[in-house]
Design a protein around this ligand. Structure first.
Ligand SMILES: [Zn+2]
Length: 202
């Protein structure tokens, strides 16, 4: 069988309630789930993100909100602007640059060349705050650009019949990214259906 990111990931992942286990190798310090993929090493949580949500936007990191470095449960992952080994420090607000209190990050200059990047990131589901951190400006500046460009995230809702279709298509191995495009909804809408957070009984 052809080795794909998905097939290699599946060899090691142990799906269960809560954090997922990993029965494969892990990286030395810090101990992330890891496996060989082609000539490279791939981290389990990054592979999980790509498999469940699609590509990782340039400049962003896949972080855990469960503080369990081996966990690859997509529900416990989020995109952030920090390297994960900085994450605890940031939460405690002690990181030398990223964790500085907000008022030191109130630069409102957003260059026009960044407008399309802001739009792209926002439509991918990145928060205004994280986009601001990425560009070194405050959240308000990002908000103003989005308002200027009249960009809103698509809040289109789906109905029960579509939810059933989506569930079937997921079983037929359509990716969440493909389905988000097909139904013109955000990828998290599809993800929530996939994990049963919404439309559980549809
Ligand atoms: Zn977890």
């Amino acid at each position: 069988m052809k080795k794909t990111l998905h097939s290699e990931f599946e060899k090691h992942v142990v799906r269960k309630d809560g954090c997922w286990d990993w029965c494969g190798p892990s990286s030395k310090n810090p101990g992330y789930a890891e496996f060989s993929y082609g000539s490279n090493k791939m981290r389990g949580h990054r592979a999980s993100w790509i498999i469940h949500f699609g590509e990782i936007p340039k400049g962003l990191f896949v972080c855990h909100n469960c503080d369990n470095k081996k966990c690859t449960n997509p529900d416990h992952l989020f995109l952030g602007t920090c390297k994960e080994n900085n994450w605890d420090a940031i939460k405690k607000n002690i990181h030398p640059t990223l964790g500085k209190p907000r008022q030191q990050n109130h630069n409102t200059k957003v260059f026009e060349k960044d407008f399309s990047r802001i739009k792209d990131l926002y439509l991918k589901g990145i928060s205004q705050k994280d986009i601001g951190a990425l560009l070194g400006v405050g959240q308000t500046a990002v908000f103003k650009v989005l308002r200027l460009l009249k960009i809103k995230r698509n809040k289109k809702k789906i109905d029960a019949e579509q939810a059933r279709e989506i569930k079937n298509l997921l079983q037929e191995k359509n990716t969440q990214e493909e389905l988000a495009k097909k139904y013109n909804v955000s990828q998290s809408t599809i993800h929530h259906i996939a994990i049963g957070r919404t439309w559980r009984h549809a």
